[in-house]
Design a protein around this ligand. Structure first.
Ligand code: 4G1
Length: 228
């Protein structure tokens, strides 16, 4: 999987991807993360990427020319998808992530300031995806969320231990409670069933806890689980 990230702040992307599981995936060649800075495609001596909005109002708008030229400089692989991270996008979820993980290349467009000159959308026609309804200063964190979520679906990214198939959302439910050593902490004991070595009983306990907490904490997910 190749990620090409269009951003004015490439270090934000590079830094996150140089830790832990993503770092290992990059080093083993399972994924690659490349950045393209629209500022490198400006034509004026001040390297201006933003300007004031026509019609007036607060804030700055990303100019079309540096962004479109930067986009057109990216070498496209056969099975490539372009995604703009945007509050106007479809809400990201695990099934979208599964779909994206089938691509060979994902080109990600991060906004800044008030957002993109609309002609960037008109010309590039990206798929638009949002990570949620809140205000951010830029699209880099959303891009990193997507890179992180997609990468862990790519064969070879997770080790045996972190393996994806026992995760929350592989079955549409929240996770059961986890415990590690010691057996007792501040008077709170690990449930006995987890210590008895009966794997069938343990699986049953965990499944019931998953169901129960999903029903309580995320009734929307619980309803979807029941009806699918
Ligand atoms: C209006 C949140 C504006 C934000 C309404 C989730 C948010 C990209 C995302 C904004 C962004 C709401 C996202 C807002 C995002 C240009 C640069 C857009 C930052 C920007 C609810 C600022 N998922 N936000 N505008 O946050 O890029 O993907």
């Amino acid at each position: 999987m190749r990620f090409d990230v269009m951003t004015l702040f490439p270090e934000m992307i590079e830094n996150y991807c140089s830790f832990s599981i993503l770092k290992r995936a990059v080093e083993s060649g399972v994924i690659s993360v490349n950045t393209i800075n629209p500022r490198d495609f400006t034509l004026d001596k001040h390297k201006k990427v933003d300007d004031t909005p026509y019609g007036g109002g607060a804030g700055m708008v990303l100019m079309a020319q540096p962004y479109v030229d930067a986009y057109e400089s990216i070498i496209r692989l056969e099975n490539s998808i372009t995604v703009m991270l945007s509050p106007q996008g479809e809400p990201l979820n695990d099934s979208i992530v599964d779909g994206l993980a089938k691509a060979e290349q994902i080109i990600l467009m991060c906004g800044h300031y008030e957002g993109f000159d609309e002609r960037i959308r008109d010309i590039i026609k990206p798929r638009e995806i949002s990570i949620g309804d809140f205000v951010l200063t830029g699209g880099e964190l959303p891009a990193l969320c997507l890179i992180d979520a997609v990468s862990r679906k790519v064969e070879g990214t997770l080790g045996k231990i972190e393996s994806a198939d026992e995760d929350s959302f592989s079955n549409g439910l929240l996770e059961y409670p986890h415990y590690t050593k010691p057996r007792e902490y501040r008077g709170l004991k690990v449930p006995d069933v987890l210590l008895n070595g009966n794997h069938k009983e343990i699986a049953e306990f965990r499944f019931n806890m998953s169901l129960e907490r999903t029903k309580k904490k995320r009734p929307d997910l619980y309803e979807r689980y029941k009806t699918k």
